[in-house]
Design a binder for this molecule. Structure first.
Ligand code: SAM
Ligand code: SF4
Length: 454
């Protein structure tokens, strides 16, 4: 699936693309035609400012056509920082000495309730790898605790690569997306960054999604930690991995995450010559939108407000909000505890502020989890997304979940402006029956009903 020599050959063949070549590729992308490997690599090498502008614009148009104005909101929840691995870039690596914690089921229940009070409905569960402290049974029990004790409706899970048997257990407990970042597709950089550890086996890590599919999971999310190796190589790795999954299982990544390396305890950013600047970062996100138009792109609070707002307009479809990256980080009131973040954050706005800012920019924060609960996952979801039907279902669902958010967690200002915004958007729905039903549902939610969806 990933052949370093092949990717380097493609990148070499794509050096110095002509203006006409870039124009031809952009025309293809605008029509949502599949780009070949050299074409994707050429876009990564585009350098004329007017053409870069055009790539951004096409990414924005595709985002709008496929996702409308919706932005899916979620929060990460760290439940344990015990880890047997020694990833050189991570604050939780084995060699870092600090008092490690794992949450009890009671503590997990309190975290879920605090997240619920912030309005969240979707979580990404984050766990370090430790077969003794946090075996799969602990992870499964934690998922059950959250589902049983809060109104969290979808739990995506980000745990280390594991066996078919353990993926089956995750599948049975009803996870949303199984997320695993490859970190780097470059096998040499991978070996260097993951010395003497379970995670150090590149092939085992790379084929984790094959085992997940074998276990019945059909909703997976990939990612790269940008800064570990050449960014153009990594984008090609993501594209090839996605293509491999599509060909073999009929469905590729549901989401791709694009974290950039941040300062963490026990590492120096100056040791990473492949760190990428903002311009390169924007280019890779927009080129990914053109290369894999139907894949959700996730941006975390590792990026600042300005970068997040800009990229939401040009391709990103999901963001985390109000995030904490230390174990048990969501507190009701200020508690005196020593915190060990996995890495530093750049957007510390509250969930309410993020939502208000999105609405001010005409975007719909979405808390929808309907597809997953209606079984619209895997190739069923992709068929709908490609057929454009998802817009008719998703936009109304987003508006209904936003109404719930505004009524349950909004302040006076949001109730006033949010409801106006919601009704204004509802009026723009073209399908008359859908529009009528949606408006009726919005009134029902305002009056107190919950969990209405198409
Ligand atoms: N332990 C599991 C694993 O490594 O796959 C999953 C959870 S881990 C907490 C989530 C992700 O955090 C990792 O996949 C890695 O990409 C990211 N991460 C680690 N150190 C980071 C850093 N210094 N800056 C940004 N992201 C980092
Ligand atoms: Fe452990 Fe994951 Fe951090 Fe690696 S990235 S040290 S596996 S928590």
């Amino acid at each position: 699936m990933i052949d370093k020599t092949y990717i380097n050959k493609v990148l070499k063949a794509a050096q110095n693309p002509t203006m006409e070549e870039i124009q031809m590729i952009m025309d293809k992308a605008r029509k949502r035609l599949k780009l070949n490997h050299v074409e994707v690599a050429m876009l990564l090498n585009a350098h004329r400012p007017d053409q870069l502008r055009e790539i951004y614009d096409i990414a924005g148009t595709l985002k709008e056509e496929i996702y409308g104005s919706r932005v899916v909101i979620f929060a990460p929840l760290y439940i344990s920082d015990f880890c047997v691995n020694n990833c050189k870039y991570c604050g939780y690596r084995r060699d870092n000495k600090f008092d490690r914690r794992k949450l009890t089921q009671e503590e997990i229940k309190r975290q879920a309730i605090t997240l619920e009070k912030l309005g969240h409905k979707r979580l990404a569960l984050e766990v370090g790898e430790h077969p003794v402290e946090t075996p799969i049974d602990y992870v499964v029990e934690s998922i059950k605790t959250i589902y049983d004790n809060s109104s969290i409706r979808r739990i995506n899970v980000n745990i280390a690569a594991t066996t078919v048997e353990e993926y089956k257990q995750l599948h049975e407990v009803g996870i949303g997306t199984y997320i695993l970042f490859q970190e780097t597709y470059d096998p040499d950089a991978y070996a260097d960054q993951h010395p003497k550890s379970r995670k150090g086996d590149y092939d085992y890590h790379l084929h984790a999604f094959d085992r997940a599919f074998e276990a019945g999971i059909d909703d997976v999310g990939g990612g790269v930690l940008f800064g570990l190796a050449d960014w153009k190589f990594e984008v090609m790795g993501l594209v090839l991995h996605n293509e491999y999954l599509e060909e073999k299982y009929g469905v590729g990544f549901h989401t791709i995450s694009v974290p950039r390396l941040k300062k963490a305890d026990g590492m120096r950013l100056s040791d990473y010559p492949h760190m990428i600047n903002d311009e390169q970062f924007k280019r890779l996100v927009t080129v990914l939108r053109l290369a894999v138009p139907y894949v959700g792109l996730i941006l975390s609070t590792r990026e600042n407000k300005e970068m997040r707002e800009e990229l939401i307009q040009h391709g990103v479809s999901q963001i985390s909000a109000g995030s904490k990256t230390e174990v048990g980080g969501y507190h009701d009131e200020i508690e005196e505890i020593e915190e060990h973040d996995q890495f530093e954050l750049a957007d510390e706005r509250s969930v309410l502020e993020v939502n208000k800012d999105l609405i001010r920019r005409g975007l719909i924060p979405s808390y929808c989890t309907a597809c997953y609960r209606k079984g619209r996952t895997g190739d069923r979801f992709m068929r709908l997304a490609k057929g454009g039907t998802i817009g008719l279902i998703c936009e109304p669902n987003a508006l209904m979940t936003l109404t719930e958010y505004v009524m349950d967690y909004g302040d006076e200002d949001l109730i006033e402006h949010g409801l106006k915004f919601i009704f204004h958007h509802a009026e723009t729905i073209k399908h008359q029956t859908v529009k009528d039903k949606l408006k009726n549902n919005i009134y029902r939610i305002i009056k107190g009903e919950r969990d209405l969806y198409f």
